[in-house]
Structures are given as C-alpha cells and as structure tokens.
Design a protein. Structure first.
Length: 475
C-alpha cells in the first residue's frame, strides 16, 4: 500500500528542503526523501551544502582565519600572542558540530511545517493514476504516490579521468573538509571556488599550497579587475597558483601523490604533494533515480532538462538546484525550490537569474552580482564605471583590512546598475545591497543618494556609486 502525497520532493539539500517547506506552507501534503546519512547512521538532511559544502567550508574558513589573525594580525593591534597552538581535530569536531546543528535544524523545520521525512533513496517506479509511483529504499522502505514530484538530487564532484577519489590522498570536497593533520605540501587541481576556499583554509593552517589551473586566465567568471587583484592578494599570502597547465599524470602512492604536468610555457614539470584536492567542477546527480521509468529526459551533459520555470519534459515532475542548468549555488537552488512550490500552487513567481549573487569566501572575500566589465564590453553596451578602494574607507582602516575595492557598473544613458563587483572585507554581506538595488532596477544615483551609516564598509558602495558620476567624496 503506497502512501499518497500531493508532492514528493527527492533530495533535502537547499533546493529540496526549502521547496518542501514552502509547499507545506501553501497547504500541500508533502513528503521529502533524502539519502544522506550522518556519522552515527541517522539522517543528515541539508545535502551537499550542509554536509560537505557551504556550511562546513565556512566553519573551517572561520577557524583558520582566527588562527591566521592570532598568528599574524593581532600584533599590529598591540596584542601579543605567545604559545599559539592549533588543534586540527578540535577544528574538525567543531565543524562537524556546526553541520549537525544544521541537520537537526532542518529536521525540526520539517516537523514544524508538517513535512513527512523519509530517510532513504528514492527512485521512480512508474506512473499511476494521476501521478507517480516512487520507491524508497534504505533506512525507510516505502512506496509513495505523488501527484507532483520535485527532483532536487544535487551534484557530485567531478573526478579526473582515471583518478578516483580515495579521500585519503586524492580528495574531493568531502576529504578536503576532513583532513586530520595539516599536510606539509598540499596540491590543488582547479583554481575555482572550492580550490581557492579549501586552499586558503589549509594554507592558513600552515600547508604549502600549490594550485594547478588549466585555464590561462584566473577566475574567468569574475570581473577581470577583481580577478587580477585577487591573484595578487593570494600570491602575497603564499598561495602558489600556476595557470595554463595541462595535467599529464596523477600517481597516488603510499606517502603522497606525484603529479606530472606541462606548464604554460610548454615545459614538463613534476610536483610531489602529501595530499591532493581535485576541484574541477561538479556533475549533476541522477544516479539511481530511474528517470527512464517516467521518461524524464537529461540534456547532453547529464543535467535534468528543464525550462526557465524548472518544468521537466514530464508534466508534474519538476527539477531544481544543481541537477539542472545554471550556477551551482545553494541560494539559486533555494529560489528555484520556492518558485516551483508556488507554481504548483497556482502562483506566478519569478526567479531573476541575472541578480543571483556570487561569493567566494577567501580573504579578501570576492562577491559580485550582474554583468562583468568584460561582458559589457563584449556586448558593446555603453556603460560607466565607478570604483572606490577600501584603503580610503574609514571602517576598513580601523579593521586593518584595506585590500580591494567596490566597482559599480551602470548604463551610460539610463544610469541603471548593470553589475557590482567587490573584493575586500565582508564582500559577502555588502553584495546584498547591490542585489536589492538591481532587483529594484535602481540607478547608481539611487545608491549614491541613500544615507549609509558611518563608519561602515557599506560607505564604499555609496562612494563607488558616486564615482560612477565622477563625484566620489572621499577619494
Ligand atoms: P544538494 O545540496 O547536493 O542536495 C541533494 C540531496 O539529494 C543530497 O542530500 C543527496 O543525498 C540527496 N539525493 C540524491 N539522490 C537522491 C535519491 N535518489 N533519493 C534521495 N535522496 C537523494 N554554494 C553556495 O551558494 N555558497 C557556498 O558557500 C557554497 N560552498 C560550497 C562549498 C563546497 C565545498 C561545495 C562542494 C559546494 C558549495 N556550494 C556553495 C554549492 C552548494 O553546496 C550547492 O549548490 C547546493 O548544495 C545545491 O543544492 P541542491 O539542493 O541542488 O543539492
Ligand atoms: P569551479 O567550476 O568553480 O572551478 C573548477 C576549476 O577547475 C576551473 O577553474 C576549471 O578551469 C578548472 N579545471 C577543470 N578541469 C581541469 C583540469 N583538468 N586541470 C586543471 N584545472 C581544471 O568548480 P569547483 O571549485 O569544483 O566548485 C564546484 C561548484 O561548487 C562551483 O562552481 C560553485 O558553483 C560551487 N561552490 C560554490 C561556492 C561558493 O559559492 N562560495 C564554494 C564552493 C563551491
């Protein structure tokens, strides 16, 4: 006998659990099935984001940043630290506790919103009556019937061909977040978001980190001026980033990993490391879904094919988050999840993909929303640019964190903000103002005329907006 629901959500990552909650708020009977198992064998909802992604990486970034400040930053404030020690096991335990709090928070939210949770793996079993039959295997063995289904099964790390993750020597994000002692020499393949964040964590804790990147340009998705500033800052910190390389061989051994690669000048090079993080992107996760049972189509790259509204090729089945096109970001997954739940209930929500912010939680932080300057040039769009350096911001000086700038790009005629790019302290928080402004189709003049508290980092945003019109006051 199957249990019937208006909606079954497969996956309790940020796309899935948020969709389930929103649908339950709107009055649907909702089940959410998630396979992730915690260290003690119980459910661990929250997906990649909570278990091996956003949350644990930020926990370790915070711990490692405290360590770095204590070791190198406090002295200029007149604070001496002697006998500074590091307990990596404690850091990892704290990170695991933060993860568990989030797992438990989601289970609590399911209860609060009357979402029925099943801990197991869901697969399509076929169509029946006016909906779909799903089997759940694992901790929970169930057959479910759903009028509508949202697939939110996320993504997995991409392996280098022929080099499987063993999570001891060759690490995906999972292993990179659980290293039990600081490696002396850490290799990273891929200078993308994970490579830079995890490379920063282990460099701050004392590893000698070498990052090998295939592309000749650093952080191609970011504004070029920001990428240039970031490369300079990371280099100063000691991250050894080598661009334009071709990996020829990766040989894990007893004591480490031997890498052979061709550098940008065409020279053969060898690099021996104790551990290697491979962070070369992620692939959609549709394994075990049995998509064929209902005729669900994947695109050429294995993503579930959806339209702008996250409708799949099968009426009644929707897909959101990393398993569909677009940036692999938790907040993008959440917005899609909410929008689909509302669409199922007859509402007409809209997700504006043009205002999805990006953040890289390195130091300095990097954040942006909207078009880069190089993209505007390529489009032939007439624009004005205004920048303001944190060096000229009083709060940044007081913090002792003056690297970077804010750059505002606005339409040359209408002054509408087209993009905002930030590198510097708390860029992750500052970018929210830019996203709000762009959602409201604000002009640079609007930000320039809004009263910003003094002394705050946000004044750099106002000053950059003023600079669009050549009338920055403090620079
Ligand atoms: P996921 O979070 O991957 O969740 C999918 C869930 O579905 C998983 O729990 C999985 O077990 C479950 N599942 C899969 N198949 C089945 C099945 N058949 N039955 C039942 N359950 C199933 N993004 C940000 O925005 N900010 C960050 O700071 C950030 N940091 C990151 C750091 C790292 C190291 C990594 C790897 C990623 C990071 N991301 C970050 C990306 C973010 O984690 C993803 O974009 C986000 O988790 C995608 O959400 P999702 O719901 O689509 O999928
Ligand atoms: P990524 O796409 O950010 O970066 C991968 C990098 O690896 C690219 O620069 C690419 O050119 C390079 N690369 C690919 N193949 C290579 C090869 N064979 N040799 C050398 N370099 C190679 O992917 P990453 O870092 O794995 O992260 C996956 C996704 O997770 C990100 O795209 C992002 O969506 C999400 N994420 C988001 C975070 C955030 O929002 N702060 C943090 C971490 C991950």
């Amino acid at each position: 006998m199957s249990k019937a629901f208006d909606l079954v959500v497969i996956g309790a990552g940020p796309g899935g659990y948020i969709a389930a909650i929103r649908a339950a708020q709107l009055g649907l009977s909702v089940a959410c099935v998630d396979a992730w198992t915690g260290a003690k064998g119980g459910p661990a909802p929250g997906g990649t984001c909570t278990n091996v992604g956003c949350i644990p990486s930020k926990a370790l970034l915070q711990s490692s940043e405290h360590f770095e400040h204590a070791g190198h930053g406090f002295a200029e404030h007149g604070i001496g630290v002697s006998g500074l020690t590091m307990d990596v096991a404690r850091m990892i335990t704290r990170k695991d506790q933060v993860v568990r709090q989030n797992n438990e928070g989601i289970l609590y939210l399911f209860k609060k919103n009357k979402v029925t949770f099943f801990h197991g793996r869901a697969a399509f079993a076929g169509r029946r009556d006016d909906g779909f039959e799903l089997s759940v295997s694992g901790k929970a063995e169930e057959t479910l019937h759903a009028r509508q289904v949202i697939v939110a099964t996320g993504s997995n790390p991409r392996e280098l061909p022929g080099v499987p993750f063993d999570e001891q020597r060759v690490l995906s994000n999972t292993g990179a977040l659980a290293i039990d002692a600081v490696p002396q020499r850490l290799g990273v393949i891929g200078a993308g978001v994970i490579g830079l964040e995890m490379g920063s964590v282990w460099r701050r804790l004392g590893a000698q980190v070498t990052v090998l990147e295939a592309l000749p340009d650093f952080l191609g998705a970011a504004d070029q001026q920001v990428a240039k500033e970031a490369l300079k800052a990371f280099g100063k910190q000691g991250l050894d980033i080598r661009l334009g390389v071709k990996i020829d061989a990766v040989e894990p051994g007893q004591d480490g990993v031997a890498l052979r690669y061709t550098d940008a000048a065409g020279q053969a090079q060898q690099l021996d490391v104790d551990r290697l993080i491979v962070s070369i992107g992620r692939v959609p996760n549709t394994a075990g879904l049995n998509a064929d049972a209902v005729g669900l189509q994947l695109d050429a790259r294995g993503f579930i094919q959806v339209d702008d509204d996250c409708r799949t090729t099968v009426q009644g089945i929707w897909a959101v988050g990393d398993v569909v096109r677009g940036p692999m970001l938790a907040h993008k997954a959440e917005e899609e999840g909410v929008a689909v739940a509302e669409r199922i209930c007859g509402q007409k929500p809209h997700v504006d993909f043009a205002t999805v912010p990006w953040v890289i939680y390195t130091s300095p932080e990097i954040a942006w929303v909207g078009a880069t300057e190089q993209a505007l040039k390529a489009q032939g769009r007439a624009y004005k640019a205004g920048s303001f350096p944190f060096m000229a911001n009083g709060r940044a000086r007081a913090l002792g964190d003056t690297t970077g700038f804010v750059k505002v790009l606005a339409d040359a005629t209408t002054d509408e903000i087209l993009g905002v790019h930030i590198i510097g302290p708390l860029a992750s928080e500052l970018v929210a103002e830019a996203a709000v402004a762009m959602e409201f189709k604000a002009a640079a003049e609007d930000i320039a005329r809004i009263c910003h508290a003094h002394p705050t980092l946000s004044e750099a945003m106002k000053e950059a907006a003023l600079a669009v019109d050549g009338r920055s006051l403090n620079f």
